[in-house]
Design a protein around this ligand. Structure first.
Ligand SMILES: NC(=O)c1ccc[n+]([C@@H]2O[C@H](COP(=O)([O-])OP(=O)(O)OC[C@H]3O[C@@H](n4cnc5c(N)ncnc54)[C@H](O)[C@@H]3O)[C@@H](O)[C@H]2O)c1
Length: 468
């Protein structure tokens, strides 16, 4: 048993309480929670529960992370607003991190799973972490405990696969009677999780009605947002995938539209800006690829679900994957073309990558579009540099990153903007030129004022940036 100072009231059996009793337990801070997987989403979730006066265990296999948390060091520095909450719940002994799943689960009424659900290299969903924890939970689910899956999974996964892991071969362990199972898919946006936790509606799905009601009650206590009870788990999971895959497909559309615009001598950013004035248009932007732990993996999950059903469904998702993955090659063409226009080749040129995070203003390189571009550049004989304000003087993809933009620019032949970090917005073309002396600037995010850049003497290329 790990020594800690949380005093947990073992009021097991939440599933066997009625809603008014659940409310009372919540009000009295007598409902104990365990969050398994305390990463980007799980830790803020655990903090929200602990900050609602509920004793909370955070479980993770990452020992360093657990030690860091227990010693009062908040690991998510790029999540505004959490530092203070973190310090407060650690001080009040409402949050305790551990690697010991058994201990945490035995003390908890509700077990939330915020485990990673990435994709494999061969574009299949990887549910390994859920599988591994699910199998262990089978032996730990004493009467009336509640399991809530926050991880993103495809519709049907909970009913057809995960439930069986919890039940094992045990016919005596009945869902809805001996233990509860439901979902509350997480939709927060890294970098603004606290804001999203206070504003985005939460979807709840239960294997049965009562479980759905209890989960709704618990989340209502913790999150000041609208709780939407869905008919079942698979519907709630389908909603989460629908919103993200919608974006993924639309990005594929604007990526190809952007290439068309380049060829037609049109600036796609002008097109999108004006199109966005129409009430029923929802703007998406082209880019060097689609990264992060969500969108690419979610497209794989929905396709997996469609393939299980058969009937050749959701072909446009597969096509979108091809288009979005192909943007790295397009960026390479833009770099080559830009260099060629000033009589240079990739070989022996110094290329500065601006931004490696998969999205602006976060320190996160999961499935970042920067990676395939860097790997391609490495094969050309170009000399590579990286500057990212979130990754200074550190090794990223085998390259020691620059500690300042200025250092990165000195003597660079081309700069390739991959991530639209705030620091790169409104970047002064004159500054870029002054520091590098001569620079080809490749804007993959549509943030550079191309006219101003040209006027300043920069050679520019950009995804979709044709036209005057
Ligand atoms: N990050 C996002 O943008 C985002 C947004 C919404 C939903 N989600 C979903 O939330 C889930 C979690 O994503 P994340 O971004 O927080 O992932 P993450 O990688 O940041 O965190 C996951 C944590 O789980 C831990 N872990 C892995 N296997 C474990 C095991 N067997 N036992 C205990 N801990 C284990 C890891 O060490 C890590 O700390 C995923 O399903 C993801 O799709 C993520």
């Amino acid at each position: 048993m790990v020594s800690h100072s949380l005093t947990l009231d073992k009021n097991n059996g939440i599933l066997n309480k009625d809603l008014s009793q659940v409310r009372q337990l919540l009000k009295n801070g007598q409902l104990n929670v365990c969050v398994v997987g305390i990463g980007r989403i799980g830790l803020p979730t655990a903090l929200s529960f602990a900050n609602s006066n509920l004793a909370t265990f955070g479980v993770d296999i990452n020992e360093n992370l657990v030690n860091m948390i227990n010693s009062g060091n908040f690991p998510l520095k790029d999540e505004p607003g959490y530092d203070e909450i973190f310090q407060s719940v650690i001080k009040n002994k409402k949050l305790f991190a551990t690697t010991n799943l058994e201990e945490a689960v035995s003390n908890a009424d509700a077990i939330l799973l915020s485990l990673p659900t990435p994709m494999d290299d061969d574009k299949n969903p990887n549910y390994f972490a859920l599988e591994s924890v699910g199998k262990k939970l089978h032996n730990l689910l004493t009467k009336g405990k509640l399991v809530i899956v926050e991880s993103t999974v495809e519709p049907g996964y909970i009913e057809n696969t995960f439930l069986k892991l919890l039940q094992g071969d045990d016919d005596n362990l009945v869902v809805g009677k001996d233990f509860g199972l439901g979902v509350c898919p997480e939709t927060a946006n890294p970098g603004e999780i606290l804001k999203d936790f206070k504003s985005l509606p939460r979807l709840v799905g239960g294997m049965d009605d009562k479980t759905g009601d209890i989960i709704t009650e618990i989340y209502k206590h913790v999150f000041p947002v609208e709780l939407v009870k869905m008919p079942d788990c698979k519907t709630a999971n389908a909603v989460k995938l629908t919103t993200n895959v919608f974006r993924y497909i639309n990005i594929a559309f604007v990526n190809e539209l952007a290439i068309l615009c380049e060829k037609l001598g049109i600036d796609v950013m002008k097109v999108l800006e004006a199109a966005d004035m129409k009430y029923n248009f929802q703007v998406h932007y082209p880019g060097p690829g689609v990264g992060g732990p969500c969108l690419p993996a979610n497209s794989v999950q929905i396709l997996h679900s469609a393939n299980l059903v058969g009937n050749n469904l959701l072909r446009m998702v597969a096509l979108s994957q091809e288009i979005n993955d192909g943007m790295a090659s397009h960026v390479m063409k833009l770099i080559e073309d830009g260099l060629k226009s000033v009589g240079k080749k990739l070989e022996n040129s110094t290329i500065l990558i601006l931004g490696v995070s998969y999205k602006p203003n976060v320190k996160d390189i999961q499935i970042t579009p920067a990676e395939p571009i860097i790997q391609k550049l490495k094969t050309t004989g170009a000399k590579l540099r990286i500057y990212d304000p979130y990754f200074k003087s550190t090794s990223v993809f085998g390259i020691l990153t620059e500690n300042s933009l200025e250092n990165g620019l000195v003597g660079a032949d081309a700069a390739v903007l991959i991530t639209a970090h705030d620091e790169f917005r409104n970047i002064d073309p004159g500054f870029l030129l002054a520091k590098s002396r001569s620079l080809v600037f490749i804007d993959t995010r549509g943030i550079m004022d191309m006219r101003a850049a040209k006027k300043a003497g920069l050679v520019t290329r950009g995804i979709g940036r044709g036209g005057r």
